[in-house]
Design a protein around this ligand. Sequence first.
Ligand SMILES: O=P(O)(O)OC[C@H]1O[C@H](O)[C@H](O)[C@@H](O)[C@@H]1O
Length: 508
Amino acid sequence: MPAAHRFEQLGAQAARLAEVDLKSMLQADPARAGDFAVRAGPLYASFARQGYDRAALDILFDQLAAVDGPGRLRALFAGETVNPTEARPALHTALRGDLTHETVARDAHAQAQATRSRMRGLIAALAASDVTDIVSVGIGGSDLGPRLAVDALSAPTPDRFRVHFLSNVDGAAAQRTLAGLDPARTAVLLISKSFGTQETLLNGAILRQWLGDDERLYAITANAERAASTFAIAPDRILPMWDWVGGRYSLWSAVGLPIALAIGADRFDELLAGAAEMDAHVLDAAPRDNLAAWHALTAIWNTNARGLATQAVMPYDERLKLLPNYLQQLVMESLGKSVKLDGSPVGVQTVPVWWGGVGTDSQHSFFQALHQGTQIVPVDFIGVARGDDPYRENHAALLSNLLGQAEALANGQASADPHRAYPGNRPSTMILLDSLTPRSLGALLALYEHSVYLQALVWGINPFDQFGVELGKQVANRLLPAVHGEAVADDVVTRALLAELVKLKPAK
Ligand SMILES: O=P(O)(O)OC[C@H]1O[C@H](O)[C@H](O)[C@@H](O)[C@@H]1O
């Protein structure tokens, strides 16, 4: 059956269920609470509050079968060219496990292992030195994953190194990062797959000058030549990346060095092991027992059957507050496409806008709109069973808020006063972690990676390229002389704005 017909079938299911609300679906079929849930390693996820029923789920799982989900997962792990527009495999799974006997994946895994032993050597050398602070310079995939994992997994007071991140090209970011740091006790990591990223090159130049000494300057890159030529970094201080690892899938590689410095090499290995455990689950579990399949098909349901334009992610754990930022890149850079692999239009909606914030803070800002606004926003709630802080009453309150919000969104509450009525019927997925550890975080992030891959299969798009980010960079580069006042911009609006910038700039 052509893809267009499959999406029409989904639309018909949504139309059939349009007048049925979650509360009555659960009343009619209370076994959903147990049946619409999947456990995988340290994670448990409940999809019981999504607006599909068993018949609609059958159609959804048919979608995955129609695009050979299991076969295409094997192709990903085996190192087949799953990124055809750049003629590359995407072997992030080989960075953390050894799940295929194919030569390409085996070689990738061996290179990753060799690099991890070099990382251990570097960490040991830095630990034996006077260095107390690490500045990690990178942006996008060379920043968001390490930043999230360091924030999520660091002890309340640093074990050995204080790790700082510098990404924005705004000089204020460099100024703030460096304030209070001592160059003699700081090591700098320049992380850039391409070593051609403007932000990282400019900030790298600032940091190199500030350090005044190349000894504590390191690079993690797939372009060692450029790191050596532009920053004179010696080969023993350059760790490799490879073109078979996408930037937003790279925290498992040497890009994760800030993580390993912050939490130790053993715990970094546990993060990889947690991801590998999820990889094994996703590869081996039948579609109906497969957490990534459920998660991906839920996204397809909300986007294509229900036409929902945004998706929120709400971690109820302060340590996961950067998860929405990380997922915005992983999901939206991967799935923000409108053409299929063959260049033809997808013909249906692809990625919704991903956004979110930490609970409970978000309850006091935008949850009003989730409960009573006109837009239906599906939510991924993320909770952690065991808290690690000493404040047990706070953790109980946190969990009751997590459960309470999801329940209130689903069930609503009638009132004679329309201002005080809660319509309910607002869908959410609940993802629970046993505790926040390297293992569970690794599993959670790998789950999202695989969900993204499966969504891309259903839409027929390439989740591993990101040509959309290039044009803006090119135009910005062209405009640099005009910003310096050395050229005139071609575009009439840009020209007017540049003139206003000159007028607005206060004289010193
Ligand atoms: O690691 P780099 O080559 O410096 O790239 C950093 C980031 O910038 C690019 O523009 C892409 O949008 C990202 O996918 C990438 O992670």
